[in-house]
Design a protein around this ligand. Sequence first.
Ligand SMILES: Cc1ncc(COP(=O)(O)O)c(C=O)c1O
Length: 387
Amino acid sequence: MDRLSDRTRLIASATRRGGGRRPVSPPIERASTLLSDRVADMRDASLGPVYGIEGTAPQAALRAAVADLEGAEHCWLTPSGLSAVTVPILALTRPGDEVIATDAIYGPVRRFLTRHLASRGVTTRFHTPEASVEQIMATAGERTRLILIESPASLTFEMMDVPALAAAARDRGVLTVMDNTWAVGLAFKPLAHGVDVSVQALTKYAAGHSDVLLGSICAREPAVVKAVANTVEDLGLCVSPDDAWLALRGLRTLPVRYAEQARSALRVAEWLSARPEVARVLHPALPGDPGHSIWRRDFTGAASILGVVLNSGDARAAEAFLEVLTLFGLGYSWGGFESLATHETPQLAFRDVPQKLEGPLLRLHIGLEDPADLIADLEQAFVALRG
Ligand SMILES: Cc1ncc(COP(=O)(O)O)c(C=O)c1O
């Protein structure tokens, strides 16, 4: 298995599962209670889980597949991508500690940091999304325990030099947790670049069909593994076998969906960049993007999500534009098979330093539709906007 590519391994983990006549996918085993033959067996962990909270076949198969993808020793599943980010922060910080995070962190994570975590004595220092590793480390003090990395960042997609940041943090005894949803463990492997914990919203590309909420936490260093395992256990976190099964099914086709959607997104991004109505397209895979050289150096693929800064107009115009789109759904999330569009300017107001953009900020998620059809849809919306 070791020399096989991710794409092959994600499928071989289904076909090489066990022996005898069997289904390709593991059975969905719904259980709280698991019965044993003997009393002594009830204490024997080698016989498998003793209680449903530990998960049954689909959760075990999903954990193994995501751990393999992320190059981790251990993987835990959580009920959402949001909880996949918050659980390691809870596990690794104590009252009095400080967390450092980008000002462009995913909004609900920011809310967790400033509301829940702050009320328990852990403070957060936000750095500008463009800050260099030196600038970020210069803000680290005695109390800094953890750096939360999101690269590219949410909505404005700034890139960080993750290997350099992870190395600098390690030198100072500071732990790092990276939200790897954008790269899904395929296009970037945080643990191989020195990051301590890699988390994903499996909700997005991994599940891929906009019908499941699920997160994953991956780690390999014993002290970190123990802290996360204890927190997952103490909080009683578990996910349903049905949801795990759906995410596992999504994983089998993840590499082809991800690559195809990235190709379409780049085509749409290039077309949008040439439009007079568009000031900038924010997407690190686009040559000319400020994060492009880091992306080229460290990543082998890209997510199909774009920030589109319009040249002018107000929120009403931006929202009118979204409403005349016919192929883009108006809905949150990304990574599914369908294209989506949202107006994101209001979200920027929550940042410490609200970025000044030329006009409204839209977010487009590019799905598996024909990109020519998506471009035609955008074009008719621009014509309608002018009218
Ligand atoms: C970067 C990032 N991380 C985490 C999440 C949270 O995932 P979930 O919706 O599964 O809670 C999202 C959701 O949009 C996201 O964009």
